[in-house]
Design a protein around this ligand. Sequence first.
Ligand SMILES: Cc1cc2nc3c(=O)[nH]c(=O)nc-3n(C[C@H](O)[C@H](O)[C@H](O)COP(=O)(O)OP(=O)(O)OC[C@H]3O[C@@H](n4cnc5c(N)ncnc54)[C@H](O)[C@@H]3O)c2cc1C
Length: 469
Amino acid sequence: MSEIREFSTPDIPEFSIRIPDTDKPRVILIGGGFGGTQFARSLSDRDFQLVMFDRHNYHTFQPLLYQVATAGLEPDSIAAPLRQIFDDKKNFYFRMALVNRIVPEQNCVQTSIGNIRYDILVLSTGSRTNFFGNDELIKKCFPLKQVPQALDLRSQILQNLEKAVLTNDLRIQEGLLNYVVVGGGPTGVELAGSLAELKKHIFPKDYPELDLKRMSIYLMEGGGKLLGGMSEKASRHALADLKEMGVTVVLNSIVQSYDGETVFLKDGGTIRSKTLIWAAGVKGNIIPGLKEECLFRGNRIIVDSYNRTNCYENIYALGDVAAMVSEENQMGYPMLAPVAKQQGERLALNLNAKAKGKAVKPFKYNDRGNMATIGRNRAVADLPGNIFLSGFLAWAAWMLVHVLFLIGFRSKLIVMANWIWSYITYDKGTRLIIRPYVKPNNPAAEEPLPKDIASHMPGAEQTAASSAR
Ligand SMILES: Cc1cc2nc3c(=O)[nH]c(=O)nc-3n(C[C@H](O)[C@H](O)[C@H](O)COP(=O)(O)OP(=O)(O)OC[C@H]3O[C@@H](n4cnc5c(N)ncnc54)[C@H](O)[C@@H]3O)c2cc1C
């Protein structure tokens, strides 16, 4: 196999993308999340060359990010190195790079380390936080989509407490001790519950000088109920549990703006808080370059039941970024990890089958239910067959499912050990300010568009035409 230099940066000509040439079809996979890793696992090594790009060198287990943010787990227990996950694959190449643009006319993607041609392109780029166009919120609040964001939030929570002990000014303390979580979906509920547990079990021991009755946790939801995607019973239980835990749940309330000190509500109300956590929605994370008619409501990629885009024969999308719209399913499947994993597997098996001239099968979602945890011994689960669980049973089921889903034996073991330790001792061992949070001077956006980052990287201005193979 001869090595091809598909691109070398003008600044650093010694570096190139360095993917060997091959006579097998080259599949380029963008994204090492739930869908991407499952796809890569199931794609045949013998029939394809697989090149995976991700902006991180690790897979993130997003459902447990909130536990990193609230000092329950270390980040490395919910992140798995992508190279390690696939170290047994023969025809697999990983490149840590940001993919900036797709050039379908040339079967090429532009990345921060160069451009590369594909025979088949699979987009599994997940979702990004949806601020619904509110720029002030983007600059000042804490989103929760990535490990660094969870660490920022952890530092902020702890730094607030460290600052609060330094002042007698109750107004200043109020801002430091008030936490506002926006969005009453599973992430908002889990975060609010976890903050309430910190307030009850941890902070009184750590900060005896503070009157923690003054710490308030607000959960703001724009709609009329919590856990909108779950059953009525689940919503009612979550509301009752959170209230019992001391969380102030405010339904039918829209956060309009935030200046870093005060949260302004649409109804005119205000809350003083240095920490606004945004868990109010996500949208498809689309890489520029696809035709407008490929997109569903502008933020997900329309795919058929084989995960193929409606505009391009050789471009597929799966997971959060894909909208598999049909008569019965007019909004596409929900943005959930099991949907992404199952689509990743089905698509890989279909490509394997095609390569062998065998028949392909349409995707069918196997819905095994929906669950959310609220706190110690408190969770809700809607299971198939109209079965509803709450309390300890649902909580135990939630823990079991999450441990099973985690990638890697080491992570499973560490997470289990942490949970057992916390259960017995009521402790959360990772309340460390390792990397103090400093407000960025000029935060363009929490998750910049690929092109924003790309413009700072060597060779960003290179065009696909000039450098593709
Ligand atoms: C806080 C939180 C809690 C959640 N809790 C649950 C839950 O309890 N249960 C559940 O089922 N689902 C949950 N979800 C949703 C679930 O995580 C997603 O549905 C799932 O991750 C989707 O998988 P995916 O492969 O489509 O995308 P992701 O897992 O998001 O992976 C996308 C990957 O693409 C990479 N990427 C994106 N753009 C680029 C680019 N331009 N260049 C290079 N790489 C790129 C990213 O780095 C990432 O690794 C939660 C999500 C969040 C944020």
